[in-house]
Structures are given as C-alpha cells and as structure tokens.
Design a protein. Structure first.
Length: 191
C-alpha cells in the first residue's frame, strides 16, 4: 500500500508540475490566475491521491480477504481434526491455489473418513470372528472345570484346534495390520 501510495503521489505531482510548467511557459494567464491554477491543481492532486489510496485499500482488503479467510478456515479445520473432532468438507470458494488447497483438503478428509469406516468394519468383523472360537473354548473349559464333561483326547484335541485357530487369526491380523499400515503410508505419500 505504501508503494502504491508513493507511485500515485509521484505521478500526480509530476502531472501537476508539468501542467504548471506549461501554464507558466505559455503565459496563458496572469499571475493571479496562475496562482489559482496552482491551488486548483494541488487540490485535485490531493483529492485524486486520497481517492486512489482509498480505492487501493478497499481492493487490497478484498483480495487479502479472499485469500486469508479460506486459509484461516482450513487452519481451523486442521486443528479440529488434530484434536479428534469431526470435520465436514469445506466449500471451495475460489479457482486459484487456495481453491486447489481446499480441494486437496476435502480429498484427504474423504480418505480419512473411508479409512475410519473400514477400520470400524474390520474391528466389528474381527470381534465376531474371535468371539466364536473363544466362546467355544470358554464353554468347554467351564464344563471341564465343573466336571460336567470328562476330559478325553478328542475333546482336548478340539480345544487345542480352537486355540490354534485363534492364534492363526491373531497372527493374520498382525500381518494384515502391518500390510495395511504400509499401504496407507504409500497412499498418503503418493496420493
């Protein structure tokens, strides 16, 4: 704004000085008229400069607001996400770098929500898959403890099989977790 103001002032002063120089050189009017001409030129120079500076301030405010407000909204949304709060996608207000940044934010938000949905589904499925063999083990072990069932080789082999099944599921879950984590790392890094 300072630079714009200086440029406007220098241009105005230059025009005024040139107009006064021409008026003096051409001897268009007498001394009183030339003094009046100088005063009039100064008045219009000052008025034009003030109007130009005010217009510059208004235009500057509008442009800065168009850039700063969306960036502040993105910053607030990122803080909310960082605090674990739910954030909705943001409206794209411009077709410039800020709009592109907002679009990337919305895309990232969709991926995060999709990952959260998949994680919730996987957790529910896992709970269901683990509950069945664990219920079998618990039920048979309680029956053996309460002496409702007598221990025999076939029953012990069945219980051992259920324990091995649980062990395999947990190992598979561990491998799946490592693979998924690497997959998400690659997806986040490479889009």
């Amino acid at each position: 704004m300072v630079v714009i103001g200086i440029v406007i002032w220098v241009a105005g002063v230059s025009v005024k000085d040139f107009a006064c120089f021409l008026a003096n050189e051409l001897n268009i009017a007498g001394r009183e008229r030339q003094a009046f001409f100088h005063q009039t030129m100064n008045f219009y120079l000052l008025r034009a400069s003030v109007i130009a500076v005010l217009l510059g301030i208004i235009i500057h405010y509008i442009w800065v607001r168009r850039i700063i407000v969306p960036i502040q909204a993105l910053s607030t949304a990122m803080k909310e996400m960082g605090n674990g709060n739910e954030v909705t996608s943001m409206h794209i207000t411009a077709r410039n770098e800020v709009g592109e940044l907002t679009n990337h934010f919305n895309t990232l938000l969709k991926k995060i929500k999709r990952a959260e949905t998949l994680r919730n589904e996987m957790t529910a499925d896992l709970a269901h898959e683990v509950r069945t063999p664990l219920s079998n083990l618990t039920g048979y072990l309680e029956a053996l403890k309460d002496e409702v069932l007598a221990p025999n080789k076939k029953l012990l082999q069945s219980l051992y099989g259920e324990a091995e099944r649980l062990k395999r599921m947990i190992e598979q879950l561990h491998h799946l977790s490592e693979k998924k984590w690497r997959y998400y790392e690659m997806e986040i890094l490479h889009g």
